[in-house]
Design a protein around this ligand. Structure first.
Ligand code: NAD
Length: 487
């Protein structure tokens, strides 16, 4: 790795007006490199470059299939370099190498998926009777501002950048302070694919400075944000002042309802991914399971065994693949998660396993399972963003649904049962943007994703997300010389 990473604006690598952000390896706390820290002027330069690209029609004049091929080329470039990018991502984000590899492949998949969609965005004609011809066309907004979180930094940038470019927007990406180093690969990928300077701009900076400068910039035409509710609310406020659309993908406190006929081996497999993948730093983590009282002890015991079986440690330790679970992103996040665990214990939750930090350098938290959690406890309501599962017992199906729907969030939800009727009735009643039946994280790049309630609004992923990046223009034509005015 290099010692110092610059920001990328209008095809140039630039220093940051606000100096540098030190980036540490969360798996041992050691300093990795410095990242240029953008200020208001750097953001302004990037937005102006993106605006120029839009005004000159450098992306919009292209035939969509050409733009789509370029987007796909970016993905191909990332795949070619996946082994290297994965190693760097593991160092800066603390995740095991195998998880980084999954993330880079997932990132490349977004470029493939959206690149393939470029020429499918078509308007329609609307019949208005004799003497009129009317049709709609879709146009990009112009400058797309994308503010990225640290949990899946590579995949989140890919998700919005690929869709933004496919639809002909020029993009300004504000990367996350904790793990911004690998983002330079997107600049290299854009150059490799032949995108004009200014189409892709990547800057890291502090949220309160560079983030605010971008979300409040009067020349930004559309905003995409993934992160916390508080920051999402602030960004939506800035978007409202400038009357620009904004997509918010905020967190969750997602629950799986387990019915008494569920296949428990299958449930346990979902649980391993649902709450321990990326050390639980996943907005759609399976952070609660709502279980029938008669299965509570069996499930809690098996979940505890699973948690204890995971190896936890630095992502590049253990030969090529890394441990089963890595560190949390920072001391701040680890201590926040730890404090929530301690409060759960004081509130009366029973600790099946975990609840402590690891006695080694780095920001590790043990895989943690709490049993006998009640729906009103803080641990059942607040997003931990760590490897912490709450088991909540229920007596009736109705009660299970009330508990599942009983938080401010509504990102995803799950049902485990062999009874399709029961699964579908529950899915219909669940207040969530996505429902997983018998497999947590079922779906993929193709399936729309986003929240109900405080989990946000708008959808990412799937064809549906393309509509975040385009606006409809209707063109109504009066033909011939008929009288003006009509019913
Ligand atoms: P955050 O929402 O503050 O940060 C996410 C991004 O927003 C970063 O790039 C940050 O620089 C930027 N940002 C911060 N303040 C801003 C502002 N006022 N205007 C514009 N941009 C701003 O999240 P965090 O503080 O890093 O993490 C706190 C909590 O957020 C976590 O514990 C977790 O619960 C949640 N979170 C959720 C997700 C998700 O995927 N939904 C991702 C990261 C964090």
């Amino acid at each position: 790795m290099k010692n110092y990473y610059k920001n990328y604006v209008d095809g140039n690598w630039i220093d940051g007006g606000s100096g540098v952000i030190p980036v540490d390896n969360p798996a041992n706390g050691e300093h990795l490199a410095d990242q240029a820290c953008a200020d208001f002027n750097d953001i302004d330069k990037a937005v102006k470059a993106a605006k120029r690209v839009h005004k000159e029609g450098l992306l919009t004049a292209m035939r969509p299939v050409e733009r789509g091929r370029m987007v796909k080329k970016m993905g191909e470039f990332l795949l070619q370099n996946a082994p290297l990018i994965s190693k760097e991502l593991t160092l800066e984000a603390g995740k095991p190498l195998w998880e980084s590899e999954i993330e880079i492949r997932g990132a490349a998949r977004y470029f493939e998926y959206y690149g393939n969609q470029a020429e499918t965005i078509e308007g329609k004609s609307i019949p208005l009777g004799e003497n009129y011809y009317d049709f709609t066309a879709y146009e990009p907004y112009g400058v797309s501002a994308q503010i990225i979180p640290w949990n899946f930094p590579f995949e989140m940038t890919s998700r919005s950048l690929s869709a933004g470019l496919t639809t002909g927007n020029s993009c300004v990406v504000k990367t996350a302070e904790n793990d911004p180093l690998t983002q330079y690969w997107f600049a290299k990928a854009a150059e490799y694919a032949g995108f004009p300077d200014g189409s892709v701009n990547l800057l890291c900076g502090l949220g309160k400075e560079a983030g605010v400068a971008l979300s409040s910039h009067p020349e930004v035409n559309q905003i995409v944000f993934t992160g916390s509710v508080a920051t999402g609310s602030a960004i939506a406020g800035e978007a409202a002042k400038n009357i620009v659309p904004c997509t918010l993908e905020l967190g969750g406190k997602s629950a799986a309802i387990v019915y008494d006929d569920a296949d428990l081996d299958n449930l346990l497999n979902s649980l391993r991914w649902g709450i321990f993948y990326n050390a639980g730093q996943v907005c759609s983590a399976m952070s609660r399971i709502i279980v029938p009282r008669k299965l509570q002890e069996e499930i809690s015991e098996r979940a505890g065994e699973l948690a204890k079986s995971l190896s936890v440690g630095p992502g590049s330790e253990r030969k090529e693949f890394g441990n089963n679970m890595g560190s949390l992103i920072s001391e701040l996040q680890r201590d926040r998660a730890l404090a929530l665990c301690q409060k759960a214990q004081s509130a009366g939750a029973s600790t099946v396993t975990g609840g402590h930090k690891l006695n080694r350098p780095g920001w590790f938290l043990e895989p943690t399972i709490f049993n006998n959690v009640t729906p009103d406890m803080e641990i059942a309501q607040t997003e931990v963003f760590g490897p912490v599962l709450s088991i909540i017992p229920y007596d009736t199906d109705e009660q299970a649904l009330d508990i599942a729907n009983g938080t401010d969030y509504g990102l995803v939800s799950g049902v485990f049962t062999k009874d399709l009727d029961r699964a579908m009735v529950s899915a219909q009643k669940m207040r969530a943007g996505q429902v997983f039946i018998n497999e947590w994280f079922a779906g993929g790049v193709e399936t729309p994703f986003g929240g109900y309630g405080k989990s946000g609004y708008g959808r990412e992923k799937g064809r549906e997300a393309l509509w975040n990046y385009i606006q409809t223009k209707n063109i109504a034509i009066r033909l011939g010389k008929g009288a003006a005015g009509r019913a």
